[in-house]
Design a protein around this ligand. Structure first.
Ligand SMILES: NC(=[NH2+])NCCC[C@H](N)C(=O)O
Length: 451
């Protein structure tokens, strides 16, 4: 039924260079297992990004363009994020919590990649040759920091680009769907450079080399040139962000058409997914193109195979959003009344926990501060924000014990609790500053492997 578009192809010249270089200190990461079969399977490795100094460059007048609601107190945000990553380290081992900036600096060790990446970023950001040369001559770590924070540090500090304050939301960079990786393409100018950087990391970092060798990386663009072309002048026409792509189980994918993910992109993605038999069932959810629900994961995430936390006005009510269900072996999509009815078809006992207990004004307030945005480390063990009191109460009523993240960290450190014994638990992260960036625990993580 669908033409085979072929998956993303590498520039053969670069691939050659890549093969010839010694991968040195990152050799151990080569051919790592990248495989995710659902949004709740036991986490084995994850991509995150610690808040960086670029976040301090967000000013009130620029905040909206940079997709922030407010300016943020960075030291506190770093502290909150650190509690999260420390706990992730306890669950899966520190070496399996990968920071994007380290992966970027690893690939910049290769001169050919560095040159190509800087050339493309300079084209995107309209930099002159002098700056381009200056960047090419800088050290990989310094360059990675500049490409992310926008600031070059040596003896003095020079601002070269706008910052990428949303890179902490690594979820949006891509989605591992079974043994394939869908590379995202951001819809907003503030995140375009993120798409270029992550394209390079996924294509050239040894961590992803097994996927690359077996041609299992794909995106809506078939080359970096097309991706840049889409970023320059066609923003949002062809775009997909990872927060809109969610694997319910090995065979069933949810995709949101939203403020960030376009209908044209989704059509292309469905074609590619079915052509390559990545999953057999895809449900497309048409979200209103509004800021409060910019991605599907702002109104729906899973905590167990048959349980989710939802923003009821969109997920539970019939006829609120257009829902189309595609099967690999049928010509036309079926139309469903609601997302909840589709989920009940999978598990009739699907349980919906309501954000803000489904009560005004809390459900609207807590949805805004990512009450629906849980990150599950294994079935029934998930991170939430501490500030969403009513949602936490609803989770408690559903049978969860609630833990304060910093206290749990201490108990794990002292050996009083062993992570393997943690079951049916919600871990409340400190969130005063993190939530101002308008993303929660789900947004701050891109799972690379779930068992
Ligand atoms: N998957 C998500 N919900 N990501 C949240 C991203 C928030 C970020 N400030 C943005 O607007 O892009």
């Amino acid at each position: 039924m669908y033409e085979d578009d072929g998956l993303l192809t590498l520039s053969s010249q670069l691939k050659l260079y890549f093969m010839r270089f010694d991968l040195g200190h990152v050799k151990d990461k080569e051919n790592s297992i990248i495989r995710v079969t659902s949004d709740i399977g036991p986490l084995k490795s994850v991509l995150i990004h610690r808040p960086d100094e670029g976040i301090e460059k967000v000013t009130p007048s620029r905040a909206v363009d940079l997709l922030y609601e407010d300016i943020v107190y960075l030291p506190k945000m770093i502290e909150e994020h650190q509690v999260f990553t420390n706990l992730l380290g306890h669950f899966i081992g520190e070496k399996n919590v990968h920071d994007f900036s380290n992966l970027l600096s690893d690939i910049l060790d290769q001169d050919a990649i560095k040159k190509e990446l800087v050339t493309i970023v300079c084209r995107l950001e309209h930099c002159d040759d002098r700056i381009k040369q200056f960047l090419i001559n800088s050290e990989p770590k310094v360059l990675a920091n500049t490409l992310i924070s926008g600031v070059y540090h040596n003896k003095k500090e020079i601002s070269i680009f706008l910052p990428l304050p949303n890179l902490i939301f690594t979820r949006d960079l891509g989605t591992v769907i079974n043994n394939h990786l869908l590379i995202a393409q951001a819809s907003k100018r503030a995140r375009s450079r993120e798409s270029v950087l992550s394209y390079f990391v996924f294509n050239y970092h040894p961590l992803f080399s097994a996927l690359n060798k077996s041609n299992k990386l794909f995106g809506i663009s078939d080359s970096i040139e097309e991706l840049v072309e889409n970023n320059n002048g066609h923003l949002g026409v062809f775009s997909v962000e990872g927060g809109d792509v969610m694997l319910v189980n090995e065979n069933h994918l949810l995709i949101g058409i939203s403020e960030r993910t376009s209908e044209m992109a989704v059509e292309r993605i469905i074609r590619k997914i079915f052509a390559h038999k990545i999953v057999g069932e895809i449900t497309v959810v048409n979200l209103p193109p509004l800021r409060f629900c910019m991605h599907l994961d702002t109104v729906f995430t899973m905590s167990k195979r048959n349980q989710s936390v939802v923003f009821a006005p969109l997920i539970m009510q019939e006829g609120k959003m257009k829902i189309q269900h595609y099967s690999a072996n049928s010509q036309r999509p079926l139309v469903a009344k609601s997302l909840s009815s589709i989920l009940k078809d999978i598990y009739p006992d699907w349980q919906f926990i309501l954000c803000g207990e489904g009560k005004a004004p809390f459900e609207e307030r807590e949805q805004w501060t990512d009450g629906c945005n849980l990150f599950t480390v294994r079935e029934g063990v998930a991170f939430t924000y501490d500030r969403n009191l009513k949602t936490n109460k609803a989770l408690q009523e559903a049978g969860y014990q609630i833990f304060n993240a910093s206290e749990l960290l201490q108990e794990l450190r002292s050996g009083k609790i062993c992570q393997e014994d943690i079951q049916n638990t919600i871990i409340n992260l400190p969130s005063a500053e993190l939530s101002r960036a308008r993303g929660g625990p789900h947004c701050m993580t891109m799972p690379l492997c779930r068992g």
